[in-house]
Design a protein around this ligand. Structure first.
Ligand SMILES: CC(C)(COP(=O)(O)OP(=O)(O)OC[C@H]1O[C@@H](n2cnc3c(N)ncnc32)[C@H](O)[C@@H]1OP(=O)(O)O)[C@@H](O)C(=O)NCCC(=O)NCCS
Length: 155
């Protein structure tokens, strides 16, 4: 079972291309927002990766908004490893790090509420997170037709 042999670790600069490949596959399907590799490099310290037999098979990132509020984003697992527990491990790692930092509330914007529901997240109105709107959404091509669902979890 891959999850038992999967290591979740902080991303390194050399993982940026693999992260970009994993996320851009889903971005192409309209499931995730595309993040150019330069943007991933810039943000690499906020990424975690799942490594299985020396290969990066999944990733996620954290973003801080206030001392109490953060986001988990860019979560993706390679198609062939989906459903093996790696997504859960990535979310648990991100939550553990956020908790250590004293974050009390974590949110996600997702087209996959089923998965995050299993992780203990509940749906909430997007307007509950005005910080997100100021910071990222204003540059998003989907701004006026956002189909993502906001979900939140208390840590
Ligand atoms: C979402 C994603 C990261 C989940 O990772 P995963 O490794 O496949 O998920 P896991 O195997 O860890 O699943 C954990 C639990 O969630 C459930 N789950 C997984 N995907 C689900 C879905 N789409 N709907 C409902 N439940 C789901 C699993 O059945 C499992 O349930 P359990 O508690 O009964 O064991 C992965 O499917 C993916 O990369 N999807 C495409 C990108 C994406 O949608 N990213 C989401 C953020 S925008």
């Amino acid at each position: 079972m891959p999850s038992a042999e999967t290591c979740i670790r902080n991303a390194r600069l050399s993982d940026a291309t693999a992260i970009s490949q994993i996320t851009s596959g889903y971005a192409g399907q309209g499931i995730m927002l595309k993040r150019p590799v330069e943007n991933i490099i810039e943000d690499i310290r906020n990424f975690f990766v799942a490594e299985y037999q020396g290969r990066v098979v999944g990733c996620c990132a954290i973003a801080f908004y206030t001392v109490r509020l953060a986001e988990i984003r860019s979560l993706a697992v390679l198609e062939e490893f989906k459903g093996t527990g790696i997504g859960r491990l990535l979310v648990q790692k991100a939550e553990a790090v956020l908790s250590e930092e004293g974050v009390k509330e974590v949110f996600v914007l997702t087209l996959n509420p089923g998965f995050f529901g299993r992780m203990g997240y509940s749906e909430i109105e997007k307007e509950y997170f005005p910080q997100k709107i100021w910071r990222d959404c204003t540059n998003c091509p989907k701004l006026m037709a956002c189909d993502e669902i906001a979900m939140v979890k208390k840590l």
